[in-house]
Design a protein around this ligand. Structure first.
Ligand code: FAD
Length: 388
């Protein structure tokens, strides 16, 4: 029976590369030392420490898939996935690594001018400059074409007005990619404008939002009132490219969410297996009950299946072949699996599973939003269905 209860040992094809397996080890050590022991404190203060970002930078984990000439690690998305995997496996839902490294850095890398890349990426790689992306507004999330934040051109500046909500990394962010309207209605009027926000007049960080989970994450509202940003901070050569740029980058964001989802589900299974062997009821370990064993057999199968699909998608993305529909499949399906697996693992813990001092409870609370951000799972199905 013991074999059924063990999660399968499996090495992802993308992680067989020596370099990537080194990153896995490096990231594991980083999360073990710098994050996991502090998760309860991060949750209380609703943010990680600034030093956590600097430590991640010093360890070489930030902007790991950005070329070395811009201060990055010179890797591929496989290296990025290695960090995200270990973050999921560490049960860390506080450090906004993916927004900073997998998303914001790649907007700058892909659409930035040489000058912009030189100016921002090295400081992002060191952790000195933390990145955030501000798309969602109080009145619109899924329907991004309806955003109302405006960036009106006045001389050498954009004058930005509007508000954003649910923005990850909001407390620490020094660099915010703002989705703003530079032109008329609809998708063609949208541009991406980068603001260096520390001390910037007209920029305000709103209250920290009280969430169901991910309490260590600094999620806030942001407000812009006649905030002046140099015209030179537009991403791309001309205005009106923002919507296209977003659509092009969102698959990587969705895949990054999927990596963390499977990593967290894998951890949940490991925790439940261990607990089932320790906890006794009716004079025997709960692992001796068929229901417990079958639950663990099922969830370990779910995680293995999710992991193989994930590996396939990561492999495709590294080769530049991951399309938007497949990234959407990965995002919606793995996050559904994550929520389901963690819920079933929590049940194995009985009442202790509902206590926040148990990591399984934090995994449960943190997982729910994975079906919502990065494009809701319903929107993912819309995108997939359009491709059929
Ligand atoms: C913790 C957290 C962190 C976040 N971080 C960021 C961030 O860093 N930056 C950022 O810009 N945003 C961020 N978001 C916002 C997130 O991306 C949005 O919440 C998400 O895109 C959904 O938008 P909404 O909340 O406005 O929901 P709505 O768009 O109002 O959707 C409400 C419901 O309607 C459904 N729905 C909407 N349209 C359709 C449709 N066409 N077909 C079927 N169903 C539909 C949705 O699936 C959902 O169930 C974050 C959110 C959370 C909760």
């Amino acid at each position: 029976m013991a074999d059924i209860l063990k999660p399968p040992t499996y090495v992802s094809p993308w992680a067989r590369d020596d370099d990537v397996s080194e990153v896995l080890k490096l990231a594991r050590t980083f999360f073990e030392r710098e994050v996991t022991p502090h998760l309860a404190r991060f949750a209380e203060q609703h943010q990680v420490d600034k030093e956590t970002w600097l430590a991640a930078g010093a360890a070489g984990l930030l902007c790991i898939s950005v070329p070395e000439e811009y201060g990055g690690g010179g890797g591929t998305f496989a290296h990025e996935a290695a960090v995200l995997w270990e973050q999921g496996r560490a049960g860390d839902d506080a450090l906004g690594y993916s927004v900073h490294s997998s998303i914001v850095a790649h907007y700058v890398l892909t659409y930035g001018s040489e000058e912009q890349k030189q100016r921002w990426l090295p400081r992002m790689a060191s952790g000195e400059l933390v990145g955030a992306i501000a798309m969602t507004e109080p009145s619109t999330g899924s329907d991004l074409q309806r955003i109302r934040t405006t960036a009106r051109r006045e001389g050498d500046s954009y004058v930005v007005n509007g508000s954003k909500t649910f923005i990850t990394n909001s407390s620490h962010a020094g660099l915010v990619v703002i989705v703003a309207r530079t032109g008329g209605e609809g998708s063609k009027g949208i541009s991406l404008i980068v603001a260096e926000v520390d001390g910037l007049e007209g920029f305000e960080r709103g209250r920290v939002l009280q969430k169901v989970g991910q309490h260590g994450q600094d999620t806030r509202e942001l407000a812009f009132t006649d905030m002046r940003v140099p015209v030179a901070n537009l991403l791309g050569e001309e205005e009106g490219q923002g919507f296209y740029q977003l659509m092009h980058q969102l698959p990587q964001e969705r895949l990054a969410i999927a990596v963390g989802a499977v990593g967290a589900a894998d951890l949940a299974v490991e925790l439940a297996v261990a607990y089932s062997k320790e906890r006794e009821a009716f004079g025997a370990p709960i692992a001796s009950f068929q229901n417990t064993r079958f639950t663990l057999a099922e969830v370990s199968t779910d995680v293995l299946a999710a992991r193989t699909f994930l590996d396939w998608c990561v492999g495709l993305h590294v080769e530049g072949r991951l399309d938007a529909a497949t990234a959407s499949r990965a995002k919606y399906w793995t996050t559904d699996v994550q929520c389901d697996v963690i819920d079933r693992c929590l049940q194995v813990f009985g009442g202790y599973g509902y206590m926040l001092e148990y990591p399984i409870a934090r995994l449960y609370a943190g997982a729910r939003v994975q079906k919502i951000y990065g494009g809701t799972n319903e929107i993912m199905k819309e995108l997939i269905s359009r491709s059929l």
